[in-house]
Structures are given as C-alpha cells and as structure tokens.
Design a protein around this ligand. Structure first.
Ligand code: RB5
Length: 143
C-alpha cells in the first residue's frame, strides 16, 4: 500500500500521480488534502509518515509547493527517511543507498511528466542491502 498526501500547493500534481498509481495497479491511500484551500503541510506529512511507521503503508509520496516543508516535517518522525527528488537519478540513488521510505516532490518546481517518472523510479528501485548502506542507515537513527 502506498500512502500519498499533499498540501494545497500539491493538489493538482497529486491527481496526476494518483492517475499513474491507478494505471499501474498500485493500491494507495490518499491522506489529503483534497482541495486547493490553504492548509498546513505538517498535518499531511504526519499522516503519511505515521501510516508508514504504523505498518499500514510501505512507502509514501508527499507533495507541497517545494517538497521541502513537507519533507522536513516527515523526517522528524523516527524511522522516516524522506527524500526530496527532482530528478530520476536521485530517486534511484535514495532507494539504493538510503532505503528512503518517502519521496517528496515540489509541485511548483517540476512538471507532472518528470514527477511521474521520479515516482515510478522510486517505487521500482530496491534497496541495495549493501552492508555499508545498512550501517549508515543504522547510524542515522543514533543520537
Ligand atoms: C505553501 O504556500 C508552501 O509554503 C508549501 O507548499 C511548501 O512549499 C513549503 O515548504
């Protein structure tokens, strides 16, 4: 199950991403927001992050105007590794190296065509499981 959420800045791009998820046959849960009315991105970042931590969803997609605020918020929740990706290389690398569990996108930064390719790469790239990467991810969680 894929968790998806956004603020008002990401509503239109979220529709495009959901279209892609449906075409590809992914199961997903849309945590809002659902309208272009101004809202607070931390609300949706936390909903998606908790869905992953609680084991309800395996991966998440978060969208705001820049992808930054929503990603900073998600990364404050222990166990979340949210990666801002505005290119396909980063989407692949963050799965292979960081085992990122959320991809964040800025709807005011990139267009829907690239965003869908980034999401496709993120969802279809496995973690490398290399010892050095496992070790580094473990260190992330230490104080
Ligand atoms: C909302 O105007 C905007 O601040 C938000 O979507 C995001 O870009 C924050 O990081």
């Amino acid at each position: 199950m894929i968790a998806i959420g956004c603020d008002h800045g990401g509503v239109e791009l979220k529709k495009e991403i959901i279209k892609y998820l449906e075409e590809q046959g992914y199961e997903y849960k849309d945590y809002g927001t659902y309208t272009s009315d101004s809202c607070d991105y931390p609300v949706y970042a936390k909903k998606v992050a908790h869905a992953i931590i609680d084991g309800e969803c395996e991966k998440g997609i978060l969208i705001c105007g820049t992808g930054i605020g929503i990603g900073i918020t998600a990364n404050k929740i222990k166990g979340i590794r949210a990666a801002l990706c505005h290119d396909v290389f980063s989407a692949q690398a963050t799965r292979e190296h960081n085992d990122a569990n959320i991809v964040t996108l800025g709807a005011r930064v990139i267009g829907p065509g690239l965003a869908v390719k980034i999401v496709d790469t993120f969802l279809n790239t496995e973690f490398s499981n290399d010892e050095r990467h496992v070790n580094r991810i473990r260190q992330m969680e230490e104080d």
